[in-house]
Design a protein around this ligand. Structure first.
Ligand SMILES: [Zn+2]
Length: 222
């Protein structure tokens, strides 16, 4: 299948069958792309960043890590990543209220509206607004004090990509983030740019879904 463009400041959604994958390409190397996913059979079940952090015990996913839903089922697994691996699971997707707080007085395109537009283009309806997106290529650094975050420009290169394998039949939405006020879009002038994706039937690492983390229990001897 050919690459589909995610136009700058806009969203695109797609359907994946279980064991298909989607390759998300940072065409210009500077663009943050917000990502959501839903169980195709039940739009109330969606990819959850908070449940995923519990599952993997990691701030950000690495190759081999799965994303899980609000019902704690694996939905996507990161099977390839040619980027430096800097992504974000913390920051809320941008929305109208965020731009208003940033001082924007007119309508500003935003990731949350892009998500709704993209999913509705498939004839589906998200069950609720989801601010907790997987922010692919976004550079949010934990500072040395272990608690403070720093919002930084992307560190990706043109053509860097990640591949997400579907663990269930699902719907995936991407938004080429329209953020042009907070400097997140790579080095330079912070201009939002196109990204692209490709649905794959094969040709990607066939990694199994990751297992949930469980604490090591101490035996009677300690
Ligand atoms: Zn955004």
């Amino acid at each position: 299948m050919a690459l589909t463009t995610i136009p700058a400041r806009h969203g695109k959604a797609l359907r994946l069958r279980r064991n298909q994958a989607v390759k998300l390409v940072n065409v210009h190397g500077t663009q943050v792309v917000d990502c959501w996913a839903w169980n195709a059979a039940d739009m109330h079940e969606h990819m959850s960043m908070e449940a995923t952090r519990v599952w993997n015990q990691r701030l950000n996913p690495e190759v081999g890590d799965s994303f899980v839903t609000n019902f704690r089922n694996p939905i996507l697994t990161l099977v390839e990543d040619t980027s430096p691996g800097v992504h974000d699971t913390f920051m809320a997707a941008c929305d109208c209220q965020r731009y208003a707080r940033l001082g924007v007085t007119e309508y500003h395109r935003n990731c949350l509206d892009n998500m709704y537009e993209a999913v509705r283009d498939l004839g589906l309806e998200p069950a609720q607004p989801i601010l907790a997106s997987f922010n692919v290529f976004m550079n949010i650094a934990v500072q040395a004090d272990g608690r403070t975050l720093a919002t930084k420009p992307t560190v990706t290169r043109p053509g860097d990509y990640i591949t997400l394998k579907a663990e269930m039949d699902c719907v995936v939405a991407f938004s080429a983030c329209p953020q042009d006020i907070v400097s997140i879009q790579g080095q330079g002038d912070n201009t939002p740019k196109d990204a692209a994706f490709e649905v794959l039937d094969s040709g990607f690492p066939d990694l199994p879904p990751s297992s949930t983390w469980v604490p090591v229990t101490k035996g009677p001897q300690g």
